[in-house]
Ligand binder design. Structure first.
Ligand code: AMP
Ligand code: ZN
Ligand code: ZN
Length: 424
């Protein structure tokens, strides 16, 4: 559905006759050089992958720190597992991974013909548990645009043809979106957002997403405390500064919500649990290894696998999927393998010794302090100089619904109450 603009209004768009709401405080908005329509605020949901909230206190993020100081700041608890795809999908569906279907970055589904999911999978079948925010926004006539977000290139509700060329038929995507590519640099991403906002009102998005992977990439490669990770943090901060400057030039007020999907903790080559210490290949197949390992028993070897994984070990805990502690909210989805072994922060379960030098990882217990995620909200909808206590990342879903003008959805894991204090 599109917003209908009255004809007289369309004709007069460039003269500013279609102004709806005066610009409000928040992002510093300087008066435009020539008279133009006072723009209603847009909402921009930004994810900085792997940005640990304490990076804000390193004195290297003038622009993010300014948004936080003049807005709302909090640390968020990611959903388990504290990995990229499960958490981005949790934020835009209001459901934790157990219910949103993206239970890991890599997964299998016992029911489907589709054997494996990886981060490149855009077959809607994997993503169909719940509509993301932009799909509900579109249905309500709120135009949306995604400058990357995991799942934004998926035609929600569509179907991939079984036969070559395996086209996806039907389904809903944001009005504007771009296939994911790391080659699109930070300022090109910001330029794309600004170009979209330069359009006439009828085709201009009012709910936008923006995503940066650079801080996560550096965090993995060098660890969270390395100067090169700080350089990536500073680079993304500059992109945020560029965004706010360009918004101001455009006279475009914005409610900006900056989140991350998880934090990052240092890992070293000597803190490794050999996969073979947990289970024999004769008893079970490892579906995933790393900060956690998941296993499916081989036929007839269920008891042997259970006996092996039930033995207590240092630095790792294993559970059958039905007995994973309740606070993880994880274990009922068919895509979760029969057994989960979770390493302590800093440890990894690996089939071979690591080849890379020390670095960083995430995916651990979502309540571990180093896994905490960033939250900043700034703009006319939000309070100033406010710090919120820790909340769950699924609550961001409820907050965004409120800010973009969608009614609250029932049956979600995310709730408005823990984040309501962010609102003006
Ligand atoms: P993780 O393995 O959990 O650290 O995932 C982070 C990686 O996800 C980054 O290196 C990104 O390049 C990648 N990524 C983020 N968004 C997308 C996307 N839409 N499609 C494919 N990969 C993505
Ligand atoms: Zn991530
Ligand atoms: Zn990562």
């Amino acid at each position: 559905m599109r917003i209908l603009v009255p004809l007289a209004c369309l004709a007069a768009l460039s003269l500013g006759a279609c102004a709806v709401t005066p610009p409000a405080a928040g992002v510093a908005v300087s008066p435009p050089a020539t008279p133009q329509a006072a723009r209603a605020p847009v909402t921009i949901l930004i994810s900085i992958d792997g940005f640990r909230p304490d990076y804000l206190d390193r004195g290297i993020t003038p622009d993010l720190s300014r948004l936080a100081a003049r807005g709302v700041r909090a640390a968020m608890r990611p959903s388990f597992p504290s990995k990229t795809f499960p958490n981005h999908w949790a934020i835009v569906t209001g459901l934790r991974p157990d219910r949103n279907g993206i239970v890991s970055n890599n997964m299998e589904d016992p029911a489907g013909k589709r054997a494996k999911f990886s981060m490149a999978t855009d077959d809607p079948w994997w993503w169909n548990a719940a509509p993301p925010l932009w799909v509900d926004a579109e249905a309500a006539g709120i135009r949306s645009a995604a400058m990357f977000w995991p799942g934004a290139s998926v035609a929600y509700g569509g179907a991939r043809e079984d036969e070559w060329p395996n086209d996806v038929l039907g389904g809903a995507r944001p009005d504007d979106w771009i296939p994911y590519g790391e080659a699109v640099d930070e300022s090109q991403r910001v330029d794309t957002i600004i170009d979209w906002l330069r359009r006439p009102q009828a085709t201009r998005p009012t709910f936008l997403t923006l995503y940066f992977e650079e801080v996560d990439t550096a965090g993995h490669r060098y660890g969270p405390d390395d100067a090169r990770t700080n350089a990536a943090v500073a680079k993304v901060d500059r992109a945020i500064g560029y965004l706010t400057t360009e918004l101001a030039k455009l006279g475009q007020p914005a409610n900006i919500v900056v989140v991350s999907d998880h934090g990052m903790t240092p890992v070293t080559a000597d803190q490794v649990i050999p996969l073979s210490d947990l289970a024999s290949e004769a008893d079970g197949r490892a579906v995933e290894t790393g900060v956690f390992a998941s296993f499916q028993p081989l036929p007839g070897r269920e008891d042997a696998l259970a006996a092996s994984l039930s033995r207590p070990r240092d630095h790792v805990q294993c559970w059958p999927k039905g007995q994973i502690p309740a606070r993880f909210h994880y274990g009922s989805n068919p895509r979760i393998p029969a057994w989960l072994c979770l390493a302590d922060p800093g440890w990894r379960i690996m089939s071979k010794p690591p080849t890379r030098p020390d670095g960083g990882e995430h995916g651990y217990d979502n309540d571990a302090p180093d896994m905490r995620a960033l939250f900043i909200a700034n703009g006319p909808a939000f309070r100033r100089a406010k710090t919120l206590p820790l909340f769950d990342n699924v609550d961001v879903y409820a907050l965004i619904r409120r800010v973009i003008g969608l009614p609250q959805a029932s049956g979600k894991d995310g709730k408005l109450a823990p984040v309501e204090g962010a609102l003006r």
